[in-house]
Design a protein around this ligand. Sequence first.
Ligand code: COA
Length: 172
Amino acid sequence: MVSSLPTIMEIRQATAADLDAMWDIFQSVIAAGDALPFPDDFDRGTFQSHWFGAQTSYVAAAGSDVLGMYKFGANYPGLGAHVASATYLVRPAAQGRGIGRALVQHSLAQAQSDGFLAMQFNYVVSSNAPAVELYKKLGFTIAGTLPKAFRHGQLGLVDAYVMYRFLQPQDT
Ligand SMILES: CC(C)(COP(=O)(O)OP(=O)(O)OC[C@H]1O[C@@H](n2cnc3c(N)ncnc32)[C@H](O)[C@@H]1OP(=O)(O)O)[C@@H](O)C(=O)NCCC(=O)NCCS
């Protein structure tokens, strides 16, 4: 159990005032080259449209300090719209303190109350132990493996996982 979760941290819906901090977190994570399949030159306008477009974004904040964030929404429209998907990022300096766990738990509760049947992660890099282990601890299983789907900055080609868990009783 992580004991250093900031006690004054809140998770709230992101606003335009959070954009600078969110963009900064995103750039730091992308620069590490080990977790997400975005190019180095991914631009701020595209980031803004992803995080303030069709999906809903939340931030973990301690006062004015944004420590982490997630966005979530339907994984597919129409007949696939009962399955949610989400993306989580914690500021590198704040990782390992329980913020990621708090964000995933928040998103699961949010997706559940919004009536989604399941949550799917489309692209979890297999070498990303903090993400894979956290998701497993919170009830996700590896539904499939995409062989050598991610070009890791240090490790070269590694697998990526599709991870999945139900949110509601399975007979609904
Ligand atoms: C993945 C990420 C969101 C996790 O957030 P975090 O705040 O660092 O994680 P937490 O401190 O909440 O730790 C979550 C759990 O994973 C475990 N964990 C963390 N690092 C681990 C590691 N290297 N090996 C095994 N387990 C690990 C922790 O022990 C913790 O378990 P616990 O809650 O039972 O104690 C964060 O590391 C991150 O933003 N990474 C870069 C972006 C990313 O990978 N996003 C996900 C894309 S799929």
